[in-house]
Design a protein around this ligand. Structure first.
Ligand code: UDP
Length: 244
């Protein structure tokens, strides 16, 4: 763990699923949940690490949910709807972050002038250097992937030191710990192990991208108060996925 003056990481991507800002057990956006996450992000940003936040959209819509037979919607259309959901979440998060004193910018991969800035890599770096938390919306702007892949992609482009994946469980398990009491917890894994064991913590594409560039991933539980700050500070919580 780094001391107060030297952050553990210069720059990181924090991926949070849309589910984290839904009302408990429900769908949509609960501003109470958004503010709770925003407060944690604001506290974490004080250590001086540059933070780019990637919010999912699963609390509103995932493209894959329409993929039943006779759905009358093209799969690509559904994915674009999912990307728009992430923009709504990003706007809610921006106001919540600013209400707790954190300077932010929303940058979207799908142009929406009047709503948010377009994502431009060099502009994103500029905001980060200025100490603003940036919220990256609309994933990568292309269908058929999820925001996990978007987070990995942006992590590489922005030369992040780590990808932090906030989930509702304590890290990576051999099976779903919510339904399987025998599930085995892994404090550390290699990318190969994640892929070989088909551990469903992230898209395989996202893990493969990180593996190719040796970008570590830490999976941790955002529901434990203070965990976002601990992860940003480099504390050894949850599961670390790397080449060791
Ligand atoms: N999506 C997409 N391209 C992207 C990012 C997201 O098509 O680059 C769509 C995809 O349908 C996805 C949805 O947006 O399911 C919402 O994102 P995600 O499922 O990753 O949200 P989370 O589960 O993290 O809340």
């Amino acid at each position: 763990m780094a001391n107060e003056t030297t952050p553990a990481f210069k720059r990181l991507i924090l991926k949070i699923s849309g589910e984290a800002i839904a009302p408990p057990g429900g769908r949509g956006i609960s501003m109470e949940s958004v503010v709770s996450i925003a407060k944690q992000v604001q506290a974490a940003s004080l250590c001086g690490t540059q933070i780019a936040l990637v919010l999912g959209g699963g609390n509103i819509l995932r493209g894959a949910q329409f993929m039943t037979q006779g759905a009358h919607i093209h799969e690509a259309t559904a994915h674009y709807m999912g990307m728009l959901a992430t923009v709504m979440n990003a706007l809610a998060m921006q106001d919540a972050l600013e209400s707790v004193g954190c300077a932010t910018r929303v940058m979207t991969a799908i142009r929406m002038d009047g709503v948010a800035e377009p994502y431009i890599r060099r502009r994103a770096l500029h905001h980060l250097e200025k100490g603003r938390v940036i919220i990256l919306a609309a994933g990568i702007g292309s269908p058929f992937v999820t925001t996990d892949t978007g987070a990995a992609q942006r992590a590489l482009e922005l030369e992040a030191d780590i990808l932090l994946k906030a989930t509702k469980v304590d890290g990576v398990y051999s099976s779903d710990p919510v339904t399987d009491p025998e599930a085995l917890f892994y404090p550390q894994l290699t990318y190969d192990e994640v892929l070989a064991k088909h551990l469903k913590i992230m898209d395989q594409g996202a893990v493969t991208k990180c593996m190719g560039y040796d970008l570590p991933i830490r999976v941790f539980n955002y529901r434990v108060e203070g965990n976002i700050e601990k992860a940003v500070r480099g504390e050894n919580i949850g599961t670390l996925i790397s080449n060791f």
